[in-house]
Design a protein around this ligand. Structure first.
Ligand code: PEP
Ligand code: MN
Length: 264
């Protein structure tokens, strides 16, 4: 179902009126790694909206590597995200970690994110296939393209075709960057599948200074959108501060993106 061979028309995913996919202007999704409080998320939403973002991201359920770190504000975080979405007018993207929470998260969000660590959580994928909300499926950090597309197939097989794929870096022997951004998947997925493909240079690099150049590279490679982490005070962020752009950093990046879009 994900393959072009059996589905030649391109899929356009409609996220609360923002269209993503082949032939659409690339979209910019921005926001903090995690929702940390009302002021933080509303302030960020209003700022990224003014800078030109198309959607707001922010985690309420966080899949942290260890159990003793900040795990997210959960339902309270979803409520704050919905508030920030309303105040800014931006559609909301947030992660759902468990099949049990699909209904709850769907009440508050416009685009349901499956994190890299859950790419092969098949019960979660099946549950997302049964709802009528678009899904953002991130590539597992050790997943091949075949496994990535097979994971998307689980969602489509249950009847939900509104799926956006997202490359977010893979594990290699290299440790100087958090992950290795595999940009070749962008044109490759476009050849293989009708589904839109986005790129997350924040989790791929783990380093703020690398996010702007890799954003531009992703757009040049043909990505249908880019997800970046932005925080009002990255040094105080409860997660992923080192890779989060500052407000001025995001503003500058958006200026560069607009110039680049003029060429694309
Ligand atoms: C995130 O987007 O905050 C996240 C946890 O990403 P990933 O699943 O790609 O690590
Ligand atoms: Mn993060």
């Amino acid at each position: 179902l994900v393959s072009r061979d059996f589905h030649p028309e391109n899929t356009i995913v409609d996220v609360a009126g923002v269209r993503v996919g082949h032939g659409c202007r690339p979209v910019m999704v921005a926001g903090p790694c995690a929702v940390e409080g009302e002021e933080q998320i509303v302030k960020t939403a209003l700022f990224v909206k003014k800078a030109g973002a198309d959607m707001l991201r922010g985690g309420a359920f966080k899949p942290r590597t260890g159990p003793h770190t900040f795990q997210g504000m959960r339902e309270e975080g979803l409520k704050l995200l919905a508030l920030a979405g309303k105040e800014s007018g931006l559609p909301i993207v947030t992660e759902v970690m468990s099949p049990d929470n699909v209904g709850l998260v769907a009440e508050y969000t416009d685009l349901m994110q499956v994190g890299a660590r859950n790419m092969q959580n098949f019960d979660l994928l099946r549950e997302l296939g049964r709802i009528r909300k678009p899904v953002l499926l991130k590539r597992g950090m050790s997943a091949t393209i075949e496994e990535f597309l097979a994971a998307a197939e689980y969602i489509l097989a249950e009847g939900n075709e509104q799926v956006i794929l997202c490359e977010r870096g893979i594990r290699t022997y290299e440790t100087a960057t958090r992950n290795t951004l595999d940009l070749a998947v962008v044109p490759l997925i476009k050849e293989m599948s009708h589904l839109p493909i986005m790129v997350d240079p924040s989790h791929a690099t783990g380093k703020r200074s690398l996010v702007p150049p890799m954003t531009l590279a992703a757009l040049m490679a043909g990505a249908h959108g880019v997800l970046v982490e932005v925080h009002p005070e990255p040094e105080k962020a409860l997660s992923d501060g080192p890779q989060s752009l500052t407000f001025p950093g995001f503003d500058q990046l958006m200026a560069d993106v607009r110039r680049l879009n003029g060429f694309l």
